[in-house]
Design a protein around this ligand. Structure first.
Ligand code: NAD
Ligand code: PRE
Length: 375
């Protein structure tokens, strides 16, 4: 862990409060500030740091965790106000913010000058939730997730403006929060997240929007397939207007490709018995298979499939905690957990994902402890 630091978090919503919780847990001093007094008060109440109404007492790191559209203004203000601090932002888009900062620094009327950008580093934690505000904050949000570092560069020469020390502070922030740090330029970042984050959001929203007028009887048949595909459709529209607008070029390019595939599928399904149709449908699903296995595991490890041990539990409070307690006693690490309720029955199923080599051992240990286990 890096040496204890004093960090000001400006913007104490989901991300800001989560960073505060994680930094406090790692032993750092955290100051909180937000234009919304209630957001700052809630963040303080849940233990994310100490609220300030004026200036923070000389922080050595400032984290701007504000909406993308105000991020550049807040970064510029923090660089001018806290002259010894490294300033990072965590907005979901990076090139537009860097361009806005460079334009401000080039403006002779602005307080910000290009030299100030030596203390700025753009960052982006690839972790979040479909909910907003400090109430949804979790200190563990960043554990094992990617954290992108985009040092500021001068656009014409490509020369790095962020100092090595500023990049080190930004890197320490990600590592302190348990994330795996990836370094890239802002344009490459934006192109990458268009595929891994922005397109999935659009796809989830488009699929979920079909449900608005669905019959209750159809919705009653919702299973995990629908839930898996639509979780992020609950995300904040105001945030996503800003993200998609700021990265529109990259997202549009991907949408053209998606449109081609949708049109191909439509014409195939118009006549599924036509020659070649069955192979075409199979190919579409197989192409998805080939894509999904490329998603890396935790900490960027190679893609890994886990084995599942299912435990049948009574549908009453405390059962999941009791199962997890016994899993801990068995000494097996749970990689993922999912709870399913059996419709119309007073039982639930806890699905524990573990490394394939530990499956039999865990099943045997839990069975011996009295649990009903299904392999
Ligand atoms: N939600 C996610 O999953 C996620 C993940 C990674 C990064 N991000 C990025 O993190 C940032 C914050 O997102 P969030 O999900 O925490 O949103 P949020 O709505 O939960 O919180 C945003 C907070 O910023 C405050 N704010 C508004 N204007 C401000 C200003 N001028 N200065 C300072 N604070 C201001 C709001 O009062 C609010 O408390 C965004 O830039 C977003 O792109 C979000
Ligand atoms: O998991 C979620 O709920 C998210 O929305 C996380 C997610 C993502 O797409 O991975 C969303 C946007 C952020 O910029 C970063 C992370």
């Amino acid at each position: 862990m890096a040496e204890p630091s004093s960090t000001l978090i400006r913007g104490t919503g989901l991300l800001g409060a989560s960073i505060g919780l994680a930094l406090r847990a790692a032993g750092h001093q955290v100051w909180l500030s937000d234009p919304s007094p209630s957001a700052a008060a809630i963040a303080e109440d849940i233990g994310a740091g100490t609220r300030i109404t004026q200036h923070a007492p000389d922080p050595d790191l400032v984290v701007i965790a504000a909406p993308p559209e105000v991020t550049a203004v807040e970064v510029a203000a923090a660089l001018s106000r806290y002259r010894h601090a490294v300033v990072v932002d965590i907005a979901s888009v990076k090139a537009q913010i860097l361009n806005q900062l460079l334009a401000t620094a080039a403006d002779p009327d602005a307080e910000l000058v290009t030299e100030d950008l030596a203390r700025y580093v753009g960052t982006h934690p690839m972790a979040g939730r479909e909910r907003s505000g400090p109430v949804a904050a979790r200190g563990e949000l960043f554990t094992s997730m990617p954290w992108v570092i985009c040092p500021a560069v001068e656009p014409t020469t490509g020369a790095q403006l962020s100092t090595a020390e500023a990049v080190r502070r930004a890197t320490d922030l990600g590592r302190d929060l348990g994330a795996s740090v990836h370094r890239m330029d802002a344009v490459t970042h934006d192109e990458s997240v268009a595929l891994t984050s922005h397109l999935p959001q659009v796809a989830a929203s488009l699929v979920a929007s079909r449900l608005q007028d669905a019959a209750d009887g159809a919705l009653a048949l919702s299973g995990n397939g629908l839930r898996d595909v639509t979780r992020i459709a609950a995300s904040d529209p105001n945030l996503w207007v800003q993200i998609l607008s700021a990265n529109s070029r990259s997202v549009v390019d991907l949408l053209y490709g998606l449109r081609d595939d949708v049109e191909r599928l439509i014409s195939t399904l118009e006549d599924p018995s036509a020659s070649g149709s069955q192979a075409d449908i199979a190919q579409l699903v197989a192409e998805g298979n080939a894509g999904v296995v490329r998603i890396p595991g935790k900490h960027g490890a190679p893609p890994q499939s886990f084995a599942v041990v299912t435990v049948i539990v009574d549908d009453r409070p405390g059962q999941i905690a009791a199962v997890l307690n016994d899993v801990t006693t068995a000494g097996v690490n749970v990689e993922d957990l999912r709870m399913e309720h059996s419709a119309g029955h007073q039982v639930g199923m806890v699905e524990l994902s573990v490394l394939p080599g530990r499956r039999e051992e865990l099943a045997q240990a839990l069975t011996e402890m009295g649990w009903k286990v299904v392999l």
